[in-house]
Design a protein around this ligand. Sequence first.
Ligand code: HEM
Length: 462
Amino acid sequence: MNSLSKTKTQPARQDLPPGPPCRFFGLPELRAMGPDYLGFLQAQQRQHGDVVYMRLAQYRDYSFFHPEQVRELLVAAHEGLIRWERGIECMASAHGHSVLIAEGEAWARKRRMLQPGFAPKRVAAFATLMVQAGEEALAAWPQQAQADMPFEHAMTQLTMDVILRTLFSSHAGPQARAAEQALRTLSVIAYREMFWPASAPLWAPWKAPKRRALKVLNQLIEGQIAARRAHIAAGGADKPDLLDMLLKLQDENGQPLSDSELRDECMTTFLAGHETSAGALTWWGWCMATHPEAAAQAAAEVDAQLGGRKPGVEDIAQLPFLGQTIKEALRLYPPAPALLTRKSTKAMDIAGWHLPAGSMLRITPYLMHRDARWFPAPEAFRPERFGPAAAEIPRGAYLPFGAGPRVCLGQHFALTEITLIAALLLQRYRLVPVPGSEPPRPTLNITLRPHQPLRLRLIKRA
Ligand code: HEM
């Protein structure tokens, strides 16, 4: 191979990382990816190693599986990346142009404005609301000695209630059940649409379920904003919630969020702010139900620290083992198991490979978290991995909240909420699998949920 041919737009195969042979424009790979994205990528990693190249339709597609490469991409090369336009287009029908969707200066402006609202101090002020929501939800659960609960549904309703209280000073009313169903519908549709090159317009007759789902969510969010505007117009007092913060935000030029920006940020905070936390609590519940010794140790820690009183934000640091069980559940079942695919906007060199502008880049926390090099016996639930005596985990190997400048904005919020709710649960119940039930299979529909709604048996603690 001479040096001239290396500079051609289409690199020769030996200049590319290993991967499946390029056949039929990558259609066999695309067909295999849709029904089992995580299994497909895992098989590629096993066969080809830490960097896998595929030709998928018009895209040069690279998957990275090594922590150093992940940090190189998400941290060092961040400015040369955007999120894959088609993926974002499928999510934008609900999220609009929020911080989750925006790119470049528009994203940076939103991120700078929103960041203080999710800082630890701000989140701490919401802890009382989180605990209140948890206590009220648990008080409404069956009170007999043991009961089989639709646990996943209960966690979704609870985290939705938390976000409605913290965002709008509101509660999960009858609209919440409809919103849960609508979000499920939208996630399945958005995930499916990502594997098609384009979407039919929303008015197409077969898009009625998507239209209905969007209407439910829009009515919920826009109704809350309209009610707040009416409250302010009537001279009502400030409310200690995120909407109040969003209404008062100004950028460096003194510009507030426009009406549509406000709607979009509220929608993203509502959706991103409860769906993933619900998934995290659901999987944590399953881990506790199937690892009674770890559950008993976490419950003993909670009892010793709280002595029966309700938890507060200041207790979180005193519940290290409980925190380890949560981290380990997030490792085995990261609610965002595949980061939103990135596209390079300029040529770059990563891990010794030259990536032309326009390359697709995939990072898959679910697979990084199950790599025996960083997590020995990766399928085992071992909270000790995150204990003080454990070996250090390489930076970039553990990514439940992503990494780099686009790391999850709500990570502190989520961890505070999950820990407080987990403590409330352990104070009251022992969780066990429903006898005879099938173990949940992780299923990807943008987020990671059990293949069918998870039920757990709750046994009241004496
Ligand atoms: C266990 C719960 C959560 C998990 C696992 C999670 C995970 C993630 C991940 C992995 C990303 C980055 C995606 C990427 O790089 O492609 C992200 C972004 C984001 N998350 Fe979360 N999240 C959680 C909870 C929350 C909560 C509670 C909120 C808000 C209240 C939130 C708001 C956001 C926003 C706004 C972004 C976009 C940030 C940006 O693009 O600058 N998340 N989340």
